[in-house]
Design a protein around this ligand. Sequence first.
Ligand SMILES: Cc1cc2nc3c(=O)[nH]c(=O)nc-3n(C[C@H](O)[C@H](O)[C@H](O)COP(=O)(O)OP(=O)(O)OC[C@H]3O[C@@H](n4cnc5c(N)ncnc54)[C@H](O)[C@@H]3O)c2cc1C
Length: 509
Amino acid sequence: MIFDATTFSTPLKFKTELCVVGSGAGGSMVAMQAAGAGMKVLVLEAGSFITPDKMNQREEKMFPQLFWDSGGRTSVDRKVKIYQGKGIGGSTLHNINLCKRIPESILKNWIRTNQLEHLSLDRWNELYQKVEQMLSVSVIENNLLNKHNQLLKNGCEKLGWKGGMLKHNRTGCLQSGFCELGCSFDAKNNACKIIVPQAVQSGAEFITHCQVSKIIHENGRVIGLEGFVIDPITSKPINKIEVEAKQICLSASATATAAIILRSDIPFPDNSVGKTLHLHPGIALAGDFEENISAWKGIPQSYECTEFLDFDNSLPNSDKASRIWIITAFAHPMGAATTLPGHGNKHYELMKRYPNLAVFSAMLHDESKGEINPTGDLNFSIDYNLNKKDKTELRNGLITCANLMFAAGAKKIIVPSNPIVEIENENDILKYLQIDFDNLNIDITAVHPMGSIPMGDDTKKFAVASNGKYLHLDGLWIADGSLFPTSIGVPPQLSIYSMGLHVGEHIVA
Ligand SMILES: Cc1cc2nc3c(=O)[nH]c(=O)nc-3n(C[C@H](O)[C@H](O)[C@H](O)COP(=O)(O)OP(=O)(O)OC[C@H]3O[C@@H](n4cnc5c(N)ncnc54)[C@H](O)[C@@H]3O)c2cc1C
């Protein structure tokens, strides 16, 4: 069953065998596994249960329901916008459905540096196969390429750069293009549609509008947790919740999970919790085309350019970016209006070009490390600054997007920097963009927080083992994007679902 905590009378006290915090890619999988094996499972989710009939394709209605801080979460210095989802299904509700496996060279590197005795290459392979089957992952067919993604393909082909069609987890897609606001047609094979129902069928209970604050422990083992019932309109706490549980699995995402541990007075080795957050920061530019593109129509992000994503041979001192992934990115009208710089007539003129704009984005497989610090009972801050090397990579990524845009036929390039940069001749790209990254003064966006509690099997160095078991407090587990030892350079959901399955199996065992 799925219950709404705001409908219960006070005070809220529960007792369960396993309490899972968060119902996204990681948490839903753990709940499904554990309930399927007969455990009594309670899942606490801070967001709402939002069914497809309530996904009305309106930005102003859906952003507050689907995203933390209504989509306004940022790093401390406000330089990075960080989008994270909430609700039954977590960030899988609004994500774009891209599915990619972590490249083998990264997995091998993790084994070399962090051991990971429970996560051999064969184990990853087994997990990926199971998850891909559950989510019906398939390559987007060529005939479903919308005009926007066709432009990226054209640009790659003209320049002779590597690219290809992406895999997604969608079935029966009507190509409405509103994926980021949740799918009104229930065509996403996400946690809410595929995993949560199986967990519920096996007896797992989910309670919405419950935000966990901290874990309660005694004599080296967990005994329960505390949190608050949250008013869905004001996001303010309205009541207390207490849960008594022998086992707790934190799956509240790479930001919130670290904050809960840091708030709970739990031991861990230095720097092993909340100091190594990666974000996959991205920057984007728009191309203005003569023809109408209507980039909001059709399946978003179906084509990728991987010419500058070199996982095997990183080029640390090269001017050429090697950790850059290029895809299309488009926003609905409100998002576009807030991203395009300027105001008044100039902004009006830019928005009038909305149907003719294409947007390419460079996402960085980042090495920079951010920090999470709890503030009060429920909130936390995210401190994230790009290091010099990452700034250069990202800047080079922007140059690459500009080259692709002109190759695709753009008449003008609009860089959403402050002040705005407009480039009408491809020979001018370097003149405008080969400058110090800080001088670009451009919005950075991140949608893939990960790596805040890197897993490893050495108790002296790591907080959590490669089976998700917390090494310094009995009964505690972690299953979400926190666990990755580095950033992964590809969209993370497939790997987080896989970690959920992996940790769920270990909890049961
Ligand atoms: C706009 C956007 C597009 C994306 N597109 C893709 C894509 O195409 N492909 C891809 O692979 N990835 C994509 N991602 C990223 C991917 O969706 C996430 O990396 C993944 O879902 C994270 O899984 P998770 O289990 O770690 O966290 P989440 O799925 O975010 O789940 C965490 C859950 O915990 C809940 N929670 C948080 N704090 C608390 C608390 N204190 N108490 C109780 N509950 C709590 C949250 O409300 C949330 O429901 C996208 C992300 C965004 C924002």
